[in-house]
Design a protein around this ligand. Structure first.
Ligand code: NAP
Length: 281
């Protein structure tokens, strides 16, 4: 028989403090929900907008009504493409918490259009948020993460990338070249952070989703022929669902993911290996 330490807590996050950027909706909200259900003490919901149907406040209200949770969600607005705003976010969080166990750099931007002309602002927008912003989040939150991590229970950085970071998914009229490039950079940033921050008891990994219906993805899903067509093309015959993000996030951030560092985990039903069928643009 093997002697496992605390197997019953293997997929739990009891007592943990997590920040999820871009968590007012979409994949970030799935991750935040899962963290609270897995026992997290505090989950910080962040995005640019506080008010309105898709703002932070409605997400925080709904999260705090989740049955059976012992922790709480709190909301702090910030633009994580802006370095000064990230510095402010660190200070705001320090008013509530001394340490941070989990940083999910999820907020991302995309732009699609023909190769020529590509407006320069679109590349800047995508790279500022998806690459420079993610690097600055890791850099500026590293001291708080280091305070939380130990050799036996490191703190965690999860960068939400995309299968677009390892494929060439869309060219032509609806090309997403710089998005794809930004996500490839995110994968390599993870590897760099894994080596840089591993000795400081912080692990870094990437989650690369395939298509999940969301505000960001829905336009492209329609351009590609709609949900049914993408489901039919996928080896698992479906698109991503909230539980798929919940599972991978809890796995990577719980004791089960303790020794995983510098990895990319794609959550796409295997679709990226059949990418040629998706390239109809
Ligand atoms: N959905 C998919 O199929 C899919 C596939 C592959 C990868 N991804 C990746 O998954 C991540 C989340 O995408 P999603 O589909 O969940 O998108 P979404 O539903 O559009 O949500 C994006 C979230 O990010 C926030 N946000 C946007 N820009 C921000 C900024 N500058 N600073 C702070 N927050 C910002 C948004 O709120 P505000 O607008 O209020 O700021 C919102 O909370 C992205 O990195 C995306 O590239 C998604």
């Amino acid at each position: 028989m093997s002697d496992f330490k605390n197997f019953s807590r293997m997929f739990r996050l009891d007592g943990k403090v997590a920040l999820v950027t871009g968590s007012s909706r979409g994949l970030g909200l799935h991750a935040a929900t899962a963290f609270l259900l897995a026992g997290a003490k505090t989950v910080i919901i962040s995005a640019r907008k506080a008010e309105g149907e898709q703002g932070i406040n409605q997400a925080v209200d709904r999260l705090n009504k989740l049955p059976g949770i012992t922790g709480k969600a709190i909301g702090i607005a910030a633009n994580v493409a802006d370095t000064e705003d990230i510095e402010r976010l660190v200070k705001e969080i320090q008013k509530h918490e001394e340490k941070l166990d989990i940083l999910v750099a999820n907020a991302g931007a995309t732009w699609g259009g023909p190769f020529d002309p590509t407006p320069d602002w679109s590349s800047k927008k995508v790279l500022d948020l998806n690459v420079r912003g993610v690097f600055n989040l890791a850099r500026l939150f590293a001291p708080m993460l280091e305070k939380a991590g130990t050799r036996t229970d490191p703190s965690r950085i999860i960068i939400v990338s995309s299968t677009a970071g390892v494929t060439v998914p869309h060219v032509g009229d609806h090309g997403t070249i710089m998005y794809s490039v930004s996500k490839a950079a995110a994968h390599h940033l993870t590897r760099q952070l894994a080596i840089e921050l591993g000795p400081r008891n912080i692990t870094s990994n990437t989650v690369g989703p395939g298509f999940f219906p969301s505000k960001l993805a829905n336009g492209l899903i329609e351009i590609l022929g709609g949900e049914q067509e993408l489901k039919d093309a996928n080896p698992r015959k479906r698109l991503g669902e909230p539980e798929d993000i919940a599972g991978v996030m809890v796995f990577l951030c719980s004791p089960a993911g303790n020794y995983i560092n510098g990895e990319d985990i794609h959550v796409d039903g295997g679709m990226r290996f059949a990418a040629g069928r998706q390239t109809k643009l």
